[in-house]
Design a protein around this ligand. Sequence first.
Ligand code: ARG
Ligand code: ZN
Length: 460
Amino acid sequence: MRRAALALTLTLLGAALGQPLPAPAWGDSVYPQLGQAGLDVTHYDVTLRVARPGTRTLQGEVTLTVRAVKALPLLSLDYLGAAVTGVTWDGGAVPHERTPEKLLVRRPLAAGQTARVTVRFDGVTGEVPDPSLPGALGWQAVPGPGGGVNFAYSEPDGTRAFLPVNDHPADPATFTLRVTVPPGVTAAASGVQTGVQPVVGGRTFTFEQRQPIPPYALALHLGSLERVDQSAVVSGGKQVALRDYFPPGIPPAVRAPYARTGEILRVLGEWFGPYPFETYGSVVVTPPLPALETATLSTMPVTSSSVRVIVHEAAHQWFGNSVVLGDWADTWLNEGFATYAELVWAQSQGEDGQAMVQGWYARLQARGTRPLVARAADDLFDGSAYARGALALHAVRVTVGDAAFKSFLHIYVRQQAGQPTRTADLLRLVRAQLGQPAEAVLRRWIESPALPPLPGLQTP
Ligand code: ARG
Ligand code: ZN
């Protein structure tokens, strides 16, 4: 009764502040407004028509297959995108409402019930500002001579700027994408390309992303792109098709490191186990953004086109895209493992890795550090998430030895695939698989306000 009264008061207060939250969000500690608690979107079927590449005009529809994990009084999706022109529920028209950040359909779902909800939209996409980036997250539009370019750039919460989604990594889903573009324009997206069809006004490209991925990791690109296929590679026992995409005029020196992708997946597969998806590659983009590990197709700025960054984004396919975050405060789980992969790669190339480990440590000594669970949005992609995260994992490796550490990584990836994962889950699994001393070492690296001593460089 008291709780209900409190909830009502908070709802009314929210409404008074112009941000009504009639459905409880997922409960993320950094982004408390994202997602809907108890909502499981299993599949997004996305149809997009882009008549003018390089602009933010977007027309299309998304059919979400939704399932209520518990009884829901309504459906509350994250959406800041183009004007909604209609919503249907299992095929019948339903009213909808928009708040600044949500699309609401006031229809209840019983626990276990599923529905197919289609949202049609047409207009100009929204924007989600991000403290660590020059521009906004969401649907990027780069005008250019000979046709513009568009691409999704969404980590952490930009997908909602152009698609209605349950925008939290704890609810990964599969995707079908159908993208219609004018003649001469190529579309690329997460998953396997299953078709290209000529249609009135251009071509429709179809993609299937058959393994669940978080909404922020959705890759979607269109422009005058050259597709380059490489021979398939075996990564952790799994066959992976390789393709990259390059815009016109990318010099050979920028393209060259992408030829190493197969070798990189082979090495990472040895350490992390089978590559989680069916295909991998990169799309090179020209804006000076940070590289982003979009699922099966990393988004790689010209300025990040190095083997080291290719290794890092490839590692995120295991850590972030397959093992998903349970809370944005735990980005170090993504960034620490992806940074650690850079060491694993360097060692596979004959380096001893000491310089890299010392470099991480020196960077933290110079710029300061924090306990690994983030408290604010500014922390998510700071030096601690990357360098201290990687050192925490190195400290465990040095404690237990290479063989035990490697087999632990395989177990972690296998057990946590598709599971919302938090720092406590890693600690629990380290204790169960590697023992209490290893857990204590890791815990110190996670929790200590000061920087723990540099772990010994020799592995036992
Ligand atoms: N996950 C990306 C990477 O390290 C970084 C994304 C940065 N995103 C941001 N909003 N600053 O590979
Ligand atoms: Zn990263």
